[in-house]
Ligand binder design. Structure first.
Ligand code: AMP
Length: 427
């Protein structure tokens, strides 16, 4: 019986993994330059953590979580990263140690969605969180960092949408205004939106259903209802983005699917055709109430998460760069162990080496070294061992020479382009 991968999941094969590694590395170096340190939290958490923080009436919690009972607890595969990171922040009393904390994470997330291009059941997010800075300058810095990061990946055609959801007071005013707008149109709404009218009318703005989109036309804008402190934050954010020259568009209908956001909300969309309808590259916002909700002190926070699969779809293809390969081809029994030693010696000098000690013929070994795209093949049999030499085949120059063992490292290095070991690194 042959098994298939679970619906909505995929393997990353070695010939694709280089792009993943480059993306992850680029992310790490950008965010580390901005003062973030990595945190790794478990992929399983108590389900209630997400109910509490992400929100009971959100699509993610209502429909998309993979959960399972264990003893008397219900466990969930994490559908997103912020809640677990905030749980760790509270649980380790990090606020008592430092006034501002900047953390980042990279890892798999799980949502039972209908899979399509750019939408999977196991996908990967990289994200950052800042605790202890009420903004709005940290908000602007984060958005500006992201625009710069995407540009460095070659993703330059982006739309940066920003909105302000205000705090509890503004939200309540807006909820009432939305209810007043939608109530007379209730019959026009989708079944799902009708339910939301009672418990979470904001969510209707997020609906992709054409009926709900139509009923949302002319809905009041939250930006007209901001309380003074929220308005000051919003004005501060825009002033900082303007001063930084970060491009953005004000989008009063941007809601995003999670309940925990307060004040600043943003989303960056890609224009690449590769993305199709899944064009949201990343989303984020402020969640000033979550730390308190999770049993911690009152600490403001902001964060974002971006989908690595979508970034890979949006990134221009580049030629794969990997270190040049040396292929070691032993002929005969004695040469096999000698070849392993030779491989070890060259690797100690930072050279990438593949030893093929299966015991194949010269012809088949050379065919294999061609297939691997090796720059140099080193052939050794009984006579080379007796003479203390190795046959060095330069597969680019198409030359061959018997090289004494003592000179081999230097000759291999010069055949590989006379680079000192470290500069051959692809990353
Ligand atoms: P969210 O956590 O829903 O705010 O999403 C943040 C980002 O994660 C999105 O902009 C996507 O890039 C990515 N993302 C969310 N859900 C999925 C999914 N099911 N498959 C792939 N990427 C996703």
């Amino acid at each position: 019986m042959q098994f298939r991968a679970v619906k909505g999941t995929f393997d990353v094969l070695p010939d694709e993994v280089g792009r993943w590694q480059r993306l992850e590395q680029a992310f790490r170096s950008t965010v580390e330059l901005h003062g973030y340190s990595e945190i790794r939290t478990p992929v399983i958490e108590l389900m209630d953590l997400f109910v509490r923080s992400v929100g009971e009436t959100t699509e993610m919690v209502e429909k998309q979580m993979f959960t399972f009972p264990r003893s008397d607890e219900v466990i969930a595969l994490r559908p997103e990263g912020t809640a677990g990171v905030a749980r760790a922040y509270v649980g380790h009393s990090v606020n008592a140690r430092e006034p501002v904390t900047r953390w980042y994470y990279i890892g798999p997330m799980f949502r039972a969605e209908q899979p399509q291009r750019g939408r999977y059941r196991q996908f990967h997010q990289a994200g950052c969180e800042i605790y202890g800075d009420a903004g709005p300058h940290s908000d602007a810095e984060m958005i500006d960092m992201l625009v710069g990061f995407l540009g460095s990946l070659g993703i330059r055609q982006v739309r940066v949408l920003v909105n302000c959801l205000g705090g509890a007071g503004t939200r309540e005013r807006y909820r009432q205004a939305l209810e007043a707008h939608f109530r007379p149109r209730a019959e026009q709404l989708s079944e799902h939106a009708k339910k939301r009218l009672d418990d979470n009318p904001l969510r209707i703005l997020d609906s992709k259903n054409p009926k709900d989109i139509e009923a949302s036309a002319g809905a009041p804008s939250i930006l007209d209802l901001l309380e003074p402190a929220d308005k000051a934050h919003w004005d501060g954010l825009r002033a900082a983005l303007d001063a930084l020259g970060t491009p953005y568009e004000v989008s009063p209908t941007l809601v995003r699917g999670l309940d925990y956001y307060t004040r600043t909300l943003f989303e960056i969309q890609g224009a690449s055709g590769e993305l199709g309808s899944q064009n949201a590259l990343l989303g984020g916002g402020r969640y000033d109430r979550m730390v308190k909700e999770l049993g911690g002190p009152e600490v403001p926070a902001i964060g974002f998460a971006m989908g690595l699969e979508r970034l890979l779809l949006a990134m221009p293809e580049e030629a794969p760069v990997s270190k040049p390969l040396v292929f070691v081809a032993p002929l005969g029994e004695r040469a096999r162990v000698e070849a392993l030693k030779l491989g070890r010696e060259l690797r100690n000098a930072g050279i990438r080496v593949e030893v093929d000690a299966r015991g194949n013929s010269m012809k088949s070994l050379l065919r294999r070294s061609d297939a691997l795209g090796a720059r140099v093949a080193l052939v050794l049999g009984d006579s080379e061992i007796d003479q203390g030499t190795v046959q060095l085949k330069d597969l680019v120059q198409h030359s061959q020479a018997a090289v004494p063992r003592a000179e081999l490292l230097g000759r291999v290095q010069s055949a590989l382009g006379a680079e000192p070991p470290a500069s051959g690194e692809s990353r």
